[in-house]
Structure formats: C-alpha cells, structure tokens
Design a protein around this ligand. Sequence first.
Ligand SMILES: Nc1ncnc2c1ncn2[C@@H]1O[C@H](COP(=O)(O)OP(=O)(O)OP(=O)(O)O)[C@@H](O)[C@H]1O
Length: 693
Amino acid sequence: MNLQDQPLRALKGIGEKTELLFAKAGIRSLEDLLHYYPREYDCYEEPVSAGEAVPGEKNAVRAVLTARPSVRTFGKQSITMVTLRDGGKTLQVNWFHMPFLRSTLQVGKTYIFRGSVTEKGGRRIMEHPELFRPEEYDKICGQLLPVYSLTAGLSNRTVRKAVQQLLEMKPAERDYLPEEIRASYDLCGINDALRQIHFPESRAVLQKARSRLAFGEFFLFLLGVERMKAGKNAAPNHFPMKKTWVTEQAAESLPYPLTGAQQRVWRELEKDLSGQHLMNRLIQGDVGSGKTILAFLAMIMAAQNGSQSALMAPTEVLAMQHYKALTELLEKNSLSDFHPVLLRGSCTAKEKKEIKEEIRSGRTRMIIGTHALIQESVDFERLGLVITDEQHRFGVRQRETLAEKGTQGTGGGGAEPHVLVMSATPIPRTLAMILYGDLDISILDEMPARRLPVKNAVVDTSWRENAYRFIRRETEAGHQAYVICPMVEPNEEISCENVTDYTEKLKKVFGGAVRVEMLHGQMKAQKKQEIMEAFADGSIQVLVSTTVVEVGVNVPNATVMLIENAERFGLAQLHQLRGRVGRGSAQSYCIFMQGDGKKETAERLKVLQKSNDGFYIAEQDLKLRGPGDLLGVRQSGIALFEVADIYRDAELLKEAGKAVRRTLEKDPGLELPENRALCERVEELLKKQKTEN
Ligand SMILES: Nc1ncnc2c1ncn2[C@@H]1O[C@H](COP(=O)(O)OP(=O)(O)OP(=O)(O)O)[C@@H](O)[C@H]1O
C-alpha cells in the first residue's frame, strides 16, 4: 500500500471536517500521519488515594464517589464540584462547563481522576481532571502516550486514535538505511522505529527509536550534501588559472613563514583554481590562524591570470583593514598595477560612480567591499573569484548573489566564478557540512609559531582598579589595549557599561599620558576609519569599543583585552573578542569582567579561562546553551530535521557523517543493490529541495 496516495478518510471516524483540520496541521496523507511525530509523551501514573495527592504535580487519584457532584452557575459559566475524602484529608475536584457530570457520575462507584493539584489557602484542589473508569485506566497505566502538536479544533485524542488505527494496518516502509550500517550502529529498523516513536513500550525503547530516526535524518541529509557537492564540483572551471611565481614571491615577502597548515591550504586553493572544476571552498580556522593572507594570495593569482576578484567583508572596519593590508602587500611586490579598490556604503555618490567605472572597465583587478558590493549595481568586467569573509554574517543567499554577478561580466567573462568562504567559527566538520553544505572544507588547524597563548582572568568588578593599573603598565611598555562595553550609550533600563561614558571615565583615570578613544557602529565611516587607523599605527593606546572589533580586527601590538559585562556575551563571541589580542609575539592578556555576580556566569566564563582553543569552546558553548544559538547555526539547522537536533544529537551527527563516508567509499555512485532504496530516497530529497528553492 502506498501511504502517500491514501487520504486520511481511509481511516474510520475521519470525515471531511476532521480531514480539513489535519490538513491545517500539514497532514494530508497516511504517510504524513505516520511521520507526524509526537511533541512529547504523557505517562499515566500509578493511582494514589485522595490523601496522597501531591500539590504541584499531576496526580492520578483513585476514589469512590460518596456524594453527587454539585453545580454552581455564574451566568453562562458553570463549575461542577466533588469533594474526595481520605481519612481526615480532602481533595476538591472542579470541572468547568461540564454540568452534565452531575448526572453521569454515579455515587458509590470508583473513578480515576487525573489532573494537576494545587494548594490554595490550605485546601488541595484538582482542576478540570481527565476522568476514567478503573478498568479503562488499568489498560493505559504506566504507558507512555503520545502528545502531538495540534491546531485549533483538533484534539490529541483524535490524532492519537488515527495513528493507532494506522499502525494497526501494519504499514511497512522500505528501509533506506543499508542493513550493514544498521547493524554496525545498532539501529532498529524503520518500521519498528515508527511504531515506537508513536507508542513506545518504555523510555529505553523510545530512546532507541528516536536515535534511529535522528541518525537516519542526518545520514540522508549528509549523503544528499555529498551528492550535491559532487554535482557542483563537476561544474567546469570557466577561469582556469595557471600557478604563478608571483604568489610565491608575495608569500616570501611576508615578515613570517607560512605555517604548515597555511601552506597545505594554499596548495588546495591553487589546485582548485587551476583545476578542471569550479572552486567552492570554505576555509575554517580559529581566530588569528592567518586566513587573510590566503585570500590575498588567491586574489593575486586571479589578477595575474587576468581575472577580477571580489572580497566581501562583514563590516566597514574590516573591509578597510583588508584594503590597507592588501595595498601594502601589492606595493611591496611591485604589483600595484592590479589597482585594488574599496567599495563601501559610506562612499560618496561620486566616489561610488568612479569606483564602479573602474570595476566595469576592468582597470581594477581587485575589489574589496562590504554589503555594498551586492547592494549597489556593480558590473564586473571579468569576475573570476568571489571571497566572503566571516560567512556567518552573510547568508548563503548573499554569497550566491555576489557569485551571480560574475555571470553577468561585461568583458566576456560572464560565467560562474570560483567561490571561497572564510570562517572563524570553529565548529565540528559535520556541523559545518550542514551549514556550508555545498562547500569543500579546508581547516587551518595550526597557529603561527612564536605566539604565546593568551593569559586569561575571570574577575568581578571589585578588580577594576587593578585592571586599569595593569593596562597602564602595558601601555607604558609600548603596548595597546581594548576595552569592550556592551552598549554605545547609557540606557536607564539596562544596567551595563557603555562606550560613551566609559571613554570619558578612562580619560580621567589615565590622564593625558594615555590616549583613549572610542569606536562603535553608529559613528560615521570617516570617523571610524580615522580611529582604526590611529589605533593601528599606535597613536591611540586604549580603544573603548563595542563588539564592532569582534570580527577580524588585527592590531598585533595590542596585548590587553578587557571585556566589561562579560556575562552579556556568548562563549563563542567572547572567544572572538579575545582573538583580537595574542596576534603578535608579545604576551597578551584577556580580562573577563563579570558584572552580574552570578555563580553560573562564573562557571561559564571559566571555560574560557581553561582553554584558548576555539573548537573546544564552541563545543562547550553548544553543551551549555543547549537550545541556544551558536551564531545562527540553530536557525539554519533546525528546519532541516524532524526528530534530530544538531545540539542534542551532536554525537549521532558525527557518527552519521562517518557512516556516509564509509558508504560512499564502498559505493560512490550508490549503485549496489543494497543501496538502491537509499539512492532513491536521496534523489527524492534533492529533488524536493530543488523545487523548494
Ligand atoms: N604564518 C604566520 N606567522 C606569523 N604571523 C602570521 C602568520 N600568518 C598570519 N600571521 C599574522 O597573524 C595575524 C592574524 O592573521 P589573520 O588576520 O589572517 O587572522 P585570521 O585567521 O583572519 O583571524 P580572525 O579570524 O581573527 O580574523 C596577522 O597579524 C597576520 O599578519
């Protein structure tokens, strides 16, 4: 029987009206119903006597009805009441709008009353309980019963009954998970899982069913991603680039040697750019691992091969910094002819017009910008490489919009460009696959040599004066400091530090010897630029800032980071902020100042004190925040799965990733007979995704 074609009316007791209600909840066929998983489970407790009922909890109370219920009416409202007695104790039971109970309940009979008990003025009251005959209750006692998400008019009982009927028809689905995978991960069959997810025999069995379904969802998704990637990687390279000695020369001109990881990733990039297929790659590296230079080398390689490249940064501050660093690198290597330009929202109309003309005519080969690159109508002459920095700040859609611009090139280059994405969000590889599904992943897992790990301190506000003394000492030694505040200006409703007042305060604390300035997102671009430049060249010693410096800002001479109201930031964000120091060879320090005095905050911040490793911190953040949101990961991941949860099931996700790799190693085209069901299912999934986009 193909459940997909079977309407709900095939079930007894479901008519047109109920069918419409089901449709509102998205259930249109028996197949939909089978996969409409419960939101939670209700466990019918062992009944207790009226005297034993515990306030604050749900109780099932077994009692003999000793008197007829009384009914009180107030206009159209009514309350039906009985009093259950047990020794000297009483329990009052109330129902709303059910006056008929007065005639249906029989004195002298035993009933089970099930509901939440409260205590008011020394009296225990059970409000609006479910009512059962003992023999009826015995049948369900101890069982886990499903609770479904409902729409108005559709009761849980109706859905439950419909599912029960459906399961009695013994629907049999073909299991898409190959036998061998099921055996090695100890997973039950799909039909067992479906039955048990609705009506589990026990909590243990329910857990098994859940794991099986979650694993299956991850497995299918990851396999789909691999197939999609294989398709994308097959796209021809419209901008084949020859390897060039110019990039080697640029790398050699740096004041440091590339780390082993940088060299490895650079070789991967070179291979992609010169290969037969289009590049779609993500570079993932912890803060300060040196991603930027790889982007610059790729841009140089593109320019040397006659293509334009565009680098899109998430903030103006960062775009300016990249522009400056790239310009210096080119000058040093006599490559200024590539003529880099900086396009940002705050350029004047005249500037924008000139820059756009340079891009359109092909005079410039390198374009750095912010969102302006996609917002403005920029025509590229021959866009061969698109780089987005800090991908989580942009959506996938924005990355694609920029890439699409390449296909409209004016100089005959109108074809899909290479795509490179850089991210400092350290997340496990499998999770990265969910977020950046269609990209190949390169990981920079080595920090530049001669970096001393940042020393951390978690303190409360009583330590502030010490912190200032410490900052003064560091500035006297020729170093610089950041102070981060959560707010720009004072706000009566939120008590936390703000950049405006704090800057004034520090100016007074440090006097004229130390230059203190502020930076925040609401300042004019010109002012921001001046401040950043003055901080970068060392003429400002202390920069009081909001989190605008969080991503990518690079001033290696800064050695102190003081974060006020550290409790207001997530661990991953604090790690990013800390990443602004420890970028040079001097010892750096990060002071997390806690303003809320809470023990939980101190515990959370200790994770940062313990480790400087972004991957470890991201993992702890995932664990601690549970259903929180790590830089938008949840939002992007949540809609994909019905049972699986990328946080709670992180381990399963990892295992599913391994299983996918194993399956594809054995059978890359999914052509073996045992993988037929799997292949069909994945194709279905990909087709569905395509039509949804
Ligand atoms: N191999 C290296 N050896 C020493 N210093 C390096 C090396 N590679 C890069 N650097 C320097 O390290 C600093 C950080 O590099 P970069 O800004 O590229 O880091 P990032 O990975 O982009 O970090 P973030 O995510 O914080 O932006 C820069 O000052 C850069 O010049």
